[in-house]
Design a protein around this ligand. Structure first.
Ligand SMILES: CC(C)(COP(=O)(O)OP(=O)(O)OC[C@H]1O[C@@H](n2cnc3c(N)ncnc32)[C@H](O)[C@@H]1OP(=O)(O)O)[C@@H](O)C(=O)NCCC(=O)NCCS
Length: 263
């Protein structure tokens, strides 16, 4: 029989011990529970003392980000612990019917889960690329991302925090930041790469390839692998990642429950 428990100090270690068997698959749970408990709430399903699934809600993102994992039996009970509205669920494709049954108006998008390991990567290097590190870089990042109309506006504070805590690389052309890529989770097993973006008038000049190469090179200098999620139909982005050596290892669904956001 499946029993659902809220994860707290008494049962947290059981969940960590289970997800650490496959850190790449459970990277968000493994990282968030241990490194950002303040913004993380988890309900776990146990069957015969073994972890059968979990639903994790992470609130440090623009909108709450929910991870649902597990067998259908467990997931159909866990979905009852999702927030009510305005969040994004990330789940295996097989759980989509359970999510859609609960949130009938939700929109979903299929994402490729891509990974590159040490010795598999091809790095393209250029003097145009450097790590972002200063307050001025944060202002330039804010300006670059103000051209991104599919994401909520964020204040300069957010970019200052990113630059002081996350490895981010930018491509500069005549002093202007035109493209960037970074990593938002760094573990010895895997770094998660994200935020890849090029200013719309500067696309198809190889800039995202340079920025993503730089962050991937740093990742593979200290981790076994680098991984990312990309919407399956985002051909330019998939092409960038394939050039660097990323290959598809699976698929996930990105389910929008009332936010209007798309991956
Ligand atoms: C994806 C994105 C970052 C690419 O930036 P970029 O600086 O133009 O990337 P590059 O110039 O390095 O490479 C683009 C590649 O896509 C290819 N491409 C462009 N349009 C394409 C299309 N419709 N179909 C297939 N490939 C396409 C280009 O030919 C180029 O590959 P090539 O160098 O082998 O010719 C940019 O389009 C972007 O910012 N998009 C919005 C944000 C986004 O989707 N980010 C990715 C999130 S995972």
């Amino acid at each position: 029989m499946v029993t659902i428990e809220k994860v707290d100090e008494t049962n947290k270690q059981r969940v960590i011990d289970s997800v650490k068997q496959d850190v790449i698959k459970h990277v968000f749970a493994f990282y968030d529970i241990q490194h950002d408990p303040e913004h993380t709430s988890v309900y776990a399903a146990f069957e015969d003392e073994k972890l059968a699934g979990y639903i994790l809600t992470y609130t440090a993102t623009d909108v709450p980000s929910v991870i649902l994992e597990g067998e259908s039996d467990a997931a159909s009970q866990l979905i009852e612990f999702a927030p009510r509205n305005q969040f994004v669920i990330h789940a295996p494709l097989s759980l989509l019917p359970i999510i859609k049954r609960k949130f009938t108006d939700a929109k979903h998008y299929v994402e490729d889960w891509m990974l590159v390991r040490k010795d598999e990567a091809n790095f393209t290097k250029s003097e145009l690329v450097r790590k972002l590190s200063t307050e001025e870089d944060a202002s330039m990042l804010a300006e670059l991302l103000s051209t991104r109309k599919d994401r909520p506006e964020r204040g300069l504070e957010r970019y200052l925090r990113w630059i002081s805590t996350l490895p981010l690389y930018g491509v500069f052309v005549n002093g202007e930041l035109v493209s960037y890529a970074g990593s938002f989770i760094q573990l010895p097993q895997v770094w998660m790469i994200g935020g890849v973006y090029t200013q719309p008038t500067r696309r198809n000049k190889g800039y995202a390839t340079l920025a993503t190469s730089a962050i991937t090179e740093e990742a593979l200098g200290s981790a076994e692998a680098a991984a990312l999620f990309v919407r399956s139909d985002n051909c330019p982005a998939v092409s960038v990642y394939e050039k660097i050596g990323y290959g598809k290892i699976g698929e996930k669904v990105w389910v929008d429950v009332g936010t209007g956001l798309r991956p």
